[in-house]
Structures are given as structure tokens and as C-alpha cells.
Unconditional design. Sequence first.
Length: 175
Amino acid sequence: MPHRAYRLRYVSHSRGFSLLELLIVLVIFAIMASIAVPSFQSLRQHQQLTDASNELVAALRLARGEAIMREADVTLCASADGESCGGEDWSKGWRMEASGSSDNPIIVHEPLPAQLSVGDKNAQPPDEVTFDDLGYPDAGGNWLLSHAGLPKVSRVCMSAIGRAYVAESGKGCDS
């Protein structure tokens, strides 16, 4: 009976892939990946638009809740530098502060991705919204968010009583 090592050395065929089979699989994978990448880019753009809309709604709801909880006015405003209110472009970021405490903001939101913009030629959102101690805003609001790579827009609405929501696709705030 031959030694065990001897039998292992002289196995007639081995199991595994040949180099040609491996290259064919890699080529097929590369072709499928090149087809799938553009659809992932569109998905990513849609997700950025949805995320930005939801973050703005969350900030509006938080400002309303903080005003009620603190029993004081709370302002949510566009802020270009994050240090103070006074910006006109919400895509540069926003900040929330209670009345009388501009040195200590409640939140400061970073700028949105460069492809996103807030507002359009026809209607600009308000520069700031102030909620009173009962949670009522000083005015209603309408923010139109768009992505440079998408034809679709997202509309963030706030009613006169302070309810913030994302309007259904293709509909206005009063629908």
C-alpha cells in the first residue's frame, strides 16, 4: 500500500476553476455592473432629495415642539454660516434658536449637497419661521427642493397652524 502523501501528489484531476473560466465570469460581472451603475445613481439622487425634504420637515417639527416645551418663541432660519440667522438660501443650511439665546443654538444643520437647491424662480421660501409658545408659526411656509440631476421636485409645506409635511408628488401645499 503506497504512502498517503504519494497518493495526494498524483491525483489525476484537481477541483477548481481554470484561468479562462475565471476571466469569463469577471467579464460577465463587469458588463452587468456597467448596466446597473446608472440606475443606482438615479436611486442615490432620489434618496438625497427625499432625505433633504425629511430633514427640513423634522427641523420644522422640532422647532414647533421646542417652542411649546420651552413656552417661548423658537426661530428656524436659513443660515449661510451656521453662526447667525440672516441667510436667504436654505440649501446653505439652517439653524434653530430660542428667543434671546442666539449664542446657544438648539441645532445647526450643515449645507445640503451641492446638487440640491431650495426655492425656485417663482416663489422663495421665508427666510425664517418663528413659532410662538403655543406652537403657532408667524406665517405658513412653502419650500420647493430640487435636484440638478432629476426632473422631480419635492415640496415641503407648513400650514398656518404649524403642521409641517411633504406634499404628494405633483401636488401643491393646499391639495
